[in-house]
Design a protein around this ligand. Structure first.
Ligand code: AMP
Length: 289
């Protein structure tokens, strides 16, 4: 399989994608921050599958950009893990045709950048509360990637449930003309959600991090057994996280689309949580039965 064509210049990428779209190709886009793992891999493979339609091969595209505008001043931007060579090999194996990996963040956000996308409502609360400006950075870069690429569809993971909801809202509100596809969370065999940030975890922290998926599994079991009061479900999950030594950022049961807290978990409500294991902030979520 040929290596994907690598673009470091967004303008050259825009020209290539525009030409493909104008010639009738179907374009599927996977935006990432790189250091690709099995979670990304499932999005990349699905992009390949969905780009090809009716016997015609489309363009399966990925972007690798550690977006500085979605990191807070005290967050892990400078130490965020990177491995471009490994990522290109992963893209190749997944059948990706072209990758945009801007060689300099200034190519995406120059010194005079002054336009920002603010999605209200669903950006507030949860990660939006503890990471001010995060979703503004995400929405702005994703809209820019949509404009540079003009994909027919773009794939995002349910691992970042709030982010997916924010992007769906933006795509609908601003008539982006991009189908936003959500993909299920890919986990390690023991349940830990795959994340580039798992690379930060020391072995005993890796063990403690299991409390995230386990507390969600317990909540799902409790809900299935008829314990529906959100406060009780949240308190149990929080206690399990704290017992594992995690510092809880939030545990909330919310409506899957509005992300508003609910008092009773009904089928389809989502429990979302974020917790620090040492200095590493991890998130996870689960739709309750
Ligand atoms: P990131 O590189 O962390 O910005 O993630 C890029 C895309 O991959 C986002 O749409 C994430 O939601 C998705 N993603 C990350 N981890 C997972 C996972 N474990 N399962 C499914 N999708 C994921």
């Amino acid at each position: 399989m040929p290596l994907p064509q690598l673009f470091t210049d967004p303008a050259a990428w825009q020209a290539r994608c525009g030409q493909a779209r104008d010639s009738g190709d179907r374009l599927a886009l996977v935006p990432t921050m790189g250091y690709l793992h099995d979670g990304h891999r499932s999005l990349l493979r699905e992009a390949r599958r969905r780009a090809d339609q009716g016997g015609r091969r489309g363009l399966a595209l990925a972007t690798i950009f550690v977006n500085p505008t979605q990191f807070g001043p005290t967050e892990d931007l400078s130490r965020y893990p990177r491995d471009l060579a490994g990522d290109l090999a992963t893209c190749e194996a997944a059948g990706i045709d072209a990758v945009l990996a801007p060689s300099d963040p200034a190519l995406m956000f120059g010194p005079v950048h002054q336009t920002w996308v603010e999605v209200e409502g669903v950006s507030q609360g949860l990660c939006g509360a503890s990471r001010p400006g995060h979703f503004r950075g995400v929405a702005t870069v994703v809209l820019k990637l949509f404009n540079l690429t003009r994909p027919h569809l773009a794939l995002f993971g349910e691992k970042d449930w709030q982010q997916l909801t924010v992007i769906r809202a933006m795509a609908a509100d601003l008539a982006c003309g991009v189908e936003v596809v959500g993909m299920p969370i890919v986990r390690e065999p023991d349940g830990l959600a795959r994340s580039s940030r798992n690379a930060y975890l020391e072995p005993e922290q890796r063990q403690a991090a299991l409390a995230l998926s386990r507390s969600l599994a317990e909540a799902a079991e409790a809900a299935a057994a008829g314990r529906r009061e959100a406060r009780a479900l949240q308190a149990t999950a929080r206690a399990r996280l704290e017992a594992a030594g995690a510092r809880v950022d939030y545990v909330e049961v919310v409506h899957p689309l509005t992300l508003r807290p609910v008092s009773e978990a009904v089928p389809g409500s989502v429990m979302l949580l974020a917790a620090f294991i040492g200095t590493t902030r991890l998130i996870d979520n689960r739709v309750l039965p």
